[in-house]
Design a protein around this ligand. Structure first.
Ligand SMILES: Cc1ncc(C[n+]2csc(CCOP(=O)(O)OP(=O)(O)O)c2C)c(N)n1
Ligand SMILES: [Mg+2]
Length: 515
């Protein structure tokens, strides 16, 4: 058995059976070994941002890592933006990066670079393997490293000669999630704040916005009168009819300031104290109100669901006292296609048990409200602010959840970073419906331009935010990659096309022209 075969077999025994890949010459033995080890599902992405984003989407839904396969420093570099988003989401990912053979690197051939310096900032665990015998053990450590706590990206560098040399047996230990228990003091401190009678906010994020955490958090809010809020960009929130509905903090600092106004205590359940996404002249960056005391109930390394249940118990909240969202759907919209009617159509049609990858940006603003009472679903957001996440994350989620419909809400500017994801969806027959929102613009940046006080934009500045010349035709681009697509310009057309896309297995794209 060579090193590549030992590596793949070890990954399988460690519970990693999907590899999103974009290989090169230094990974050819890994590629060849895929035929010897058919249990490993290899999914080709035509750009590394697709590969790393898909691994993020997969990990968020499967709650265990997929592997990536990337080509030296440049391949890793292409994948970094979505590894950054995965790091922010605390998603387990085993990032396998091929390198030159150990005997070759001294010649400084063209693809040589400092892989470690590229990998470290996005990796919670890093190792460059040095011998074929050590490779299997390194792979187990990488899988364990990705689980954390908290979870994250584990990068393993594999020199080409380790892959082709004779290696030992694959390792067979089974890494798994690591979570620490929560201290009694943290629960007692939060309970005291919640009993104080002073205005209190319970801010949930991370793993606290899965069903179990939300049920306990809602019971806590009921028993104490605290206001329940969710972090701005949760990695994966469970929502819809039958679960507690929770308001998210706004993206704009002014909104968050209003939401937190008057709070004397802020209890953090796997969430960070709110800060503004960017600094703006004259607006505070740290958004916790003056005089508000911050209490950490649990961090991302701890069992936050257990902590919330202990807190509910400490407050004497009955376990079934959560307020549950009633089923409710908007009517099918008619008339002009705009952000509101787009949202209503999605709210009217979102299938049961859907997985939503949300990179709808400004035009997707109303979809969250319109789907609050839709059948239960999971919702993933742009955790790290690096755009180009939505399509790859939807792709990986569909691989992780083959029996669930996936909806990708994708804004035009962000779509163009990783549009190749559609090709992977077509090739793998993934059941992803993409709503491609074409507003011809980097609309958020038009808003930001004035908010940062950059003055009145001239035509050259406005030209940097206008992507309508030439006009992008996403239906044509999708068809060109094997994804059936249509284009809608009215609410009726959009609703009809979306209904058809949801009803058809496999990928589909509906382009919503909002202008
Ligand atoms: C990797 C990366 N590059 C650039 C940006 C800066 N940026 C933020 S939003 C945006 C444009 C978003 O446009 P679009 O996706 O069409 O959404 P819209 O604002 O039109 O709703 C850009 C370029 C970013 N956030 N991340
Ligand atoms: Mg846009």
């Amino acid at each position: 058995m060579n090193g590549a075969q030992a590596l793949i077999r070890t990954l399988l025994r460690s519970g990693v059976d999907v590899c999103f890949a974009n290989p090169g010459t230094s990974e050819m033995h890994f590629v060849a070994a895929l035929d010897d080890v058919p249990e490993m599902r290899a999914v080709l992405g035509l750009f590394e941002g697709v590969v790393t984003g898909a691994a993020d989407g997969y990990g968020r839904m499967a709650q265990r890592p997929a592997a990536t396969l990337l080509h030296l420093g440049p391949g890793l570099g292409n994948g970094i933006a979505n590894l950054h988003n995965a790091r922010r989401a605390r998603t387990p990912v085993v990032n396998v990066v091929g390198d030159h053979a150990t005997t070759h690197i001294k010649y400084d051939p063209p693809l040589t670079s400092d892989i470690e310096s590229l990998a470290r900032p996005v990796s919670r665990w890093f190792r460059a393997s040095t011998t074929p015998e050590a490779l299997a053990g390194d792979a187990v450590d990488a899988v364990q490293g990705s689980f954390g706590a908290p979870g994250g990206v584990a990068t393993l560098v594999v020199p080409a000669d380790l892959s082709w040399q004779e290696a030992g047996d694959p390792a067979s230990s089974r890494p798994g999630p690591v979570v620490a228990g929560v201290g009694d003091d943290a629960v007692a401190g939060a309970a005291a704040a919640l009993r104080s009678g002073e205005p209190t906010v319970l801010l949930v994020g991370g793993k606290a916005v899965r069903a179990r955490g939300l049920l306990a958090a809602s019971a806590v809010a009921q028993a104490s009168g605290a206001k329940l809020l969710c972090e701005t960009f949760p990695a994966r929130i469970e929502r819809g009819a039958g679960l507690p509905a929770v308001e998210r903090l706004g993206y704009l600092a002014e909104f968050t300031i209003a939401q937190l106004q008057g709070a004397r205590h802020l209890v953090l359940a796997d969430a960070l104290a709110p800060v503004s996404f960017f600094a703006y002249p004259g607006i505070p960056g740290y958004l916790v109100p003056d005089g508000c005391e911050v209490h950490t109930l649990a961090t991302g390394s701890e069992d936050v669901a257990e902590a919330l249940e202990a807190l509910a118990d400490a407050l004497g909240a009955p376990p079934d006292s959560a307020i549950l969202q009633a089923p409710a759907r908007p009517d099918r919209p008619t008339g002009a296609l705009n952000a509101q009617s787009l949202a209503a159509a999605i709210g009217a049609l979102l299938p049961e048990d859907a997985v939503v990858s949300d990179e709808g940006n400004t035009s997707g603003l109303f979809v969250s409200g319109a789907t609050a009472g839709a059948p239960r679903h999971d919702w993933m957001t742009l955790t790290g602010g690096a755009i180009g996440q939505g399509l790859p994350v939807a792709t990986g989620a569909a691989v992780a959840c083959p029996d669930r419909p996936v909806l990708c809400l994708e804004a035009d500017g962000s779509a163009m970073y990783t549009l190749q994801s559609l090709w992977t969806q077509a090739r793998e027959g993934l059941d992803v419906t993409t709503v491609l929102i074409n507003n011809g613009s980097y609309a958020i940046l038009e808003l930001e331009l004035s908010r940062v006080g950059a003055g009145d934009p001239g035509p050259r500045a406005r030209g940097m935010l206008d992507i309508s010349h030439p006009d992008l035709n996403f239906a044509a681009l999708a068809s060109g990659m094997g994804v059936p697509a249509s284009r809608a310009t009215t609410a009726e057309e959009f609703t009809q096309q979306l209904e058809r896309a949801f009803a058809t297995p496999g990928p589909a794209l509906v382009e919503a022209v909002l202008r």
